[in-house]
Design a protein around this ligand. Structure first.
Ligand code: B12
Ligand code: SF4
Ligand code: SF4
Length: 307
């Protein structure tokens, strides 16, 4: 006879998740303290939303009263292929080659939540992908999905770090996994390879220097104290993950949603500068690249051409 946890795990795998894990939904004051330190140092740059709901990020019982468990889910998005690194090309980071993951993940997370409701009608739940005030990487680690590498992303033994994360908070008591063991050892490849020195110390990223932040989240120009994107990264950056030895275990995803749209792994920089709004919509509607908007992409391309 399968336990409730086993039934939920089996359903998650059936829905196409690469990994699922369960953690007891207790507060973690030491993580709250680290988050506070990160914010006090200003490592969130202009992402002021990271400073809001700090109490909720530290304690999920404020988000869902009576919460007992966090179900962590991981979706493998590695679709094979590599950047050509050709001259005057702008690289798009791997996570943004296909459709926006938020929708694809959330739809299936909500299906799983509906199945759980059928299995336990008195239970309550909340589903999250990225947008909620949740420390997703911490929960992935606590639920045994993977550990936080020194580049701060979660690494799984089976798929490397090319995974998106999502969660279900539930009032159900479940059987909990052991937290994932840190397997970075003495390696510092990501810290050494980061082109802007954004990994301020092991496990801690200063967004102000991170190319992912500069090309996606930062608004306005790159002048004064703000750094500029480098090394041909037009949208996001994969350097710290590309050099990670654990990504030798990458496996190709079978989700068509994460397959690259034609020509979207990299774009001639001049094309990105000249792209009309209509072309931008045709190419990137429903893709993560939409977040930076046409003007943001053109700004990034102009900055790279100036280098
Ligand atoms: C804000 C944010 C960003 C910011 C800040 C990044 C960051 N490292 O925090 C920016 C814009 C830079 C960013 C970039 C990227 N992001 Co982002 N981002 C987020 C978001 C919304 C919040 C992250 C957060 O809470 N940061 C706050 C800091 C304080 O948390 P933290 O990094 O976990 O820091 C902890 C460690 O420093 C730790 N710590 C300190 N000392 C020590 C010591 C030890 C031993 C340990 C274990 C830990 C530890 O304590 C801190 C608090 O717990 C999450 C979604 C979510 N809601 O969680 C996605 C998320 C983290 N991003 C994601 C992705 C894919 C990316 C990019 C890879 C995209 C790209 N290719 O360009 C890059 C990676 C850059 C990098 N090296 O981190 C994925 C990561 C998936 C994974 N496998 O881990 C997430 C989870 C989204 C998702 N739902 O899938 N992101
Ligand atoms: S994403 Fe790029 S810039 Fe940001 S920490 Fe990793 S290597 Fe550095
Ligand atoms: S490159 Fe090395 S230190 Fe960095 S996350 Fe991977 S194993 Fe850990």
């Amino acid at each position: 006879m399968m336990t409730l946890s086993e039934k939920i795990a089996a359903k998650a795998i059936e829905l196409g998740f690469a990994k699922v894990g369960f953690a007891h939904a207790t507060a973690h004051p030491e993580e709250a303290e680290r988050l506070k330190r990160w914010l006090v140092r200003g490592y969130h740059g202009s992402m002021r939303w990271m400073d809001r709901n700090r109490d909720k990020r530290a304690d999920v019982s404020i988000v869902l009263p009576g919460v007992k468990s966090v179900i962590s889910l991981a979706d493998n998005y590695f679709s094979g292929g590599h950047h050509s690194n050709g001259p005057a090309m702008g690289k798009i980071s791997r996570y943004a080659w296909g459709n926006d993951y938020h929708r694809h993940l959330l739809e299936r997370i909500e299906m799983l939540a509906a199945c759980i409701k059928e299995m336990a009608p008195d239970s309550e739940s909340r589903s999250y992908v990225d947008t909620g005030p949740l420390m997703e990487k911490m929960w992935a680690e606590k639920s045994g999905i993977g550990w936080r590498g020194k580049h701060s992303n979660v690494i799984t033994r089976e798929f490397g770090s090319w995974v998106f994360l999502g969660e279900i908070l539930t009032t159900l008591e479940l059987e909990y996994n052991d937290h994932a063991e840190d397997l970075c050892g003495t390696c510092i490849a990501c810290i050494e390879a980061c082109p802007t020195g954004a990994i301020a110390e092991p496990y801690v990223v200063d967004s102000n220097k991170c190319i992912a932040y500069l090309t996606i989240e930062h608004r306005g120009s790159f002048d004064g104290t703000i750094a500029s994107p480098v090394d041909g990264w037009l949208f996001g950056c994969d350097v710290c993950q590309e050099v990670c030895p654990w990504n030798r275990f990458e496996k190709e995803t079978d989700h068509p949603e994460y397959q690259p749209r034609a020509g979207n792994a990299e774009i001639p920089l001049q094309d990105a500068v000249n792209m009309t709004q209509e072309e931008f919509n045709q190419r990137f509607s429903g893709s993560p690249v939409e977040r930076t908007k046409r003007d943001g992409l053109a700004r990034n391309a102009s900055a790279l051409l100036r280098h």
